[in-house]
Design a binder for this molecule. Structure first.
Ligand code: ADP
Ligand code: MG
Length: 684
């Protein structure tokens, strides 16, 4: 990186934080937005909220102390005047802004107490008759990092672009595809994106609908597609322990279940079981809506592994869900004589040692836990099956890392991945291009209906009565408190207060509480109490979003539902409607509702089908809106946005097939360019 002038070790380190390790990476550092500094605006015509360039003469500069000491500088150009406001300023700066000085300023116009103003504009002093040229192109605004400001980043990128003139980058999208898709060359697309000419609609660029951006997004999607396919080939070329089955113990396990497997479960279990029987590592994704019964598939697969003399590990994304799996698996497997070990990140030393010993000696056939399962120091006797639940919460990189970790000696574990993410099918295909897919497309019979109602929070008192009635009939209820994005501590406090309030309003009920700040043992106790029915009402934060399974709970209240995303609402509501009773989900909102919030709530009221929820979600987000990574955990990319660009995915897949078949060297260079060496991809 130090080949660029002005880049010493400390700057290189900051650039690395932006993912820039070599000059070429600068070209792929995409602007977050653009500023238009190509025109000069008359001060009299300024509109609040715009970012503009103005020239003007200082009329008055003074230090004002109202709530804060600030430097105010009034500037006019004959058409009007505006105030420049500085909260931080030096004496020299104050002196330099004396009456009569001419300035060129760039900044955001806003309404101030005494008319229009710019807060901390960029400015330069101008000579007597000096009128510097305006920019000829839109000015890119890059993701900045501490100690690396825009002007310097812009200069580096310009240098990288200049280097491009000496020799362009290799075209890696096959020429036919480029023509068919109407793409320009890579060099042209990069130049365009970093230096858009005057008149370019910045909004198109920012929304990703501009052809230059689509060109880059396509290439990036192609690189990921190729990388995932390669990964698949690599894994399939390795060996796994064959785990033949289903044998007597698996049949015994299924026979002892208190229910009959659905046809969909049987089919999926058959697919999983057949995969595990061979020496080629299984790479299977089981998709099934919330409540479709994925856990029992995982358990049956684990029994098959143990029956074949090996071990299985079941990993869940949250401690709460992992604990629940631990409970279910123990209940199912211990009667068959299979020991289930438990590993989470904060375990008492003795418990941890016991679990580690049991796994290392092979005494425990099955391990359940969080990502702690794959940390250093965890040694399995013969791990042959890795099950990852609710994979959408992990992200592809972690998934790949886990598979590497589980590899022991010459053997790679079979992988079974389970997800309820409601994402559209093309998108799922792109994200899981390395996996075979099974779908549980049927819910177990005998489930009650779920009625969803949307209510303003002013109806809280009635809602509390609903809880009283439901619990009087022996049912149980969840009260979900709002997400506080900024602070887990605040979120926990709000939940505590809500639970106190509800306990006071419902003195005859036992009210439990669970949130992210509780110690693991406290969480487990709260969940246990609710699962066994000794608490009637569970007040919770969104920690219960995935996996929690208490069939007797038939009422859920979600507070501030207008602030939650569709996928999250769908997951939360999936906690009820698990028993035979009809259930109700009451979505409380704080008015007024925005248009999209209204549409989201209407969607969740109208449908319970995860795929339909996903489709509507996409529609509501609209193109250009960034996918909530936290919500879906899909791949994070530099240019492409899986949601926004999903229409290109079928083409991406076709071109990937082609490339892998006809020009593997080019495919390598493509992944190298976008993802780094293939090995790096498999690291976290
Ligand atoms: P999810 O697919 O959301 O992970 P779970 O595995 O938690 O679903 O299953 C939801 C509930 O349905 C559990 O209580 C489970 O025991 C139960 N269940 C699973 N399969 C069946 C079935 N075939 N018939 C009846 N109940 C079932
Ligand atoms: Mg589940």
């Amino acid at each position: 990186m130090q080949v660029l002038s002005g880049v010493g070790p400390s700057v290189a380190e900051r650039l690395a934080r932006l993912g820039v390790h070599q000059v070429r990476d600068l070209l792929f550092l995409l602007p977050l937005r653009y500023e238009d500094r190509t025109r000069l605006w008359p001060i009299g015509g300024l509109i609040p909220g715009t970012r503009v360039t103005i020239d003007g003469t200082v009329e008055l500069t003074e230090v004002v102390i109202r709530r804060r000491r600030s430097l105010l500088c009034s500037v006019s150009d004959g058409t009007g005047s505006i105030t420049l406001r500085f909260f931080h300023f030096s004496r020299a700066q104050q002196k330099g802004l004396s009456r009569g000085v001419r300035l060129r300023c760039f900044g955001e116009v806003r309404k101030g107490p005494g008319g229009l103003e710019m807060v901390h504009p960029e400015y330069q002093r101008l000579g007597e008759d000096e009128t510097p040229d305006l920019e000829e192109r839109l000015t890119p605004y890059y993701p900045a990092t501490e100690g690396l400001q825009q002007p310097r980043l812009r200069r580096f990128v310009q240098l990288a672009l200049a280097a491009l003139d000496q020799g362009g980058l290799e075209e890696l999208i096959p020429a036919e595809a480029c023509t068919a898709m109407g793409f320009s060359s890579l060099d042209a697309a990069l130049r365009y994106i970093h230096r858009p000419p005057v008149g370019t609609a910045a909004a198109d660029l920012q929304a990703g609908s501009h052809p230059a951006l689509r060109r880059l997004a396509f290439e990036e999607l192609l690189a990921h597609q190729v990388a995932l396919r390669r990964l698949r080939e690599k894994v399939l070329a390795e060996r796994a322990w064959p785990l033949p089955g289903p044998g007597r113990r698996v049949r015994d396990f299924i026979a002892r279940l208190p229910f009959v497997l659905t046809a969909a479960q049987q089919r999926v279990l058959g697919e999983v079981s057949a995969d595990m029987s061979t020496a080629a590592p299984m790479l299977r994704l089981v998709q099934g809506d919330v409540g479709s019964g994925k856990t029992v598939i995982a358990a049956a697969a684990a029994v098959q592994a143990v029956e074949a003399g090996a071990q299985a590990a079941v990993m869940a994304p949250t401690e709460l869900l992992a604990e629940q799996h631990h409970r279910s698996l123990r209940a199912w497997l211990e009667p068959l004589g299979i020991q289930v070990a438990w590993l989470a990140s904060r375990l008492p030393a003795a418990a941890r040692r016991d679990a580690l010993d049991a796994l290392a000696s092979g005494a425990a056939g099955v391990a359940v836990g969080t990502h702690a399962l794959f940390q250093e120091g965890v040694v399995f006797d013969r791990l042959a099956l890795a099950i990852i639940d609710e994979q959408h919460r992990f992200g592809v990189h972690q998934r790949l890392a886990l598979s590497e970790k589980g590899t022991s000696g010459a053997h790679r574990p079979h992988q079974l991945i389970m997800t309820a993410t409601p994402i559209p099918r093309t998108l799922a295909m792109a994200t899981y291009a390395d996996l075979d897919t099974s779908i549980i497309d049927e819910l177990p019979p005998g489930r009650g209906s779920v009625q969803t109602v949307v209510l303003p929070e002013s109806r809280r008192v009635e809602v509390i009565e609903r809880i009283r009635e439901a619990c009087a009939l022996g049912r149980q209820a969840y009260w979900v408190c709002p997400l506080v994005e900024e602070s887990a501590a605040l979120e926990a406090r709000a939940a505590e207060e809500t639970s106190k309030g509800l306990a006071a309003a419902l003195p005859e009920l036992r009210v439990g509480l669970v949130h992210g700040r509780l110690r693991p043992a406290e969480k487990e106790a709260a969940m246990n109490a609710f699962a066994t029915g000794s608490t009637n009402l569970l007040v919770a934060t969104t920690v219960i979003e995935v996996g929690v399974d208490v069939p007797n709970a038939s009422l859920m209240i979600i507070e501030n539902a207008e602030r939650m995303g569709l996928a999250q609402l769908h997951q939360l509501r999936g906690r009820i409607g698990r028993g035979e009773e009809d259930s109700s989900c009451l979505l409380l909102y704080k008015p007024p509702l925005s248009e999209t919030a209204r549409a989201r709530l209407a969607t969740i009221r109208e449908t319970r089908d995860g795929f339909e929820v996903a489709r509507r979600d996409l529609e509501l987000r609209g193109p250009g809106e960034v996918l909530g990574i936290r919500q879906t955990g899909l791949m994070q990319m530099r240019v492409a946005d899986l949601m926004r660009d999903q229409a290109m995915i079928p083409d991406v897949q076709r071109v990937a097939d082609d490339l892998l078949a006809t020009d593997p060297g080019r495919a390598d260079r493509l992944t190298e360019r976008w993802i780094g060496a293939a090995e790096r991809y498999a690291q976290v």
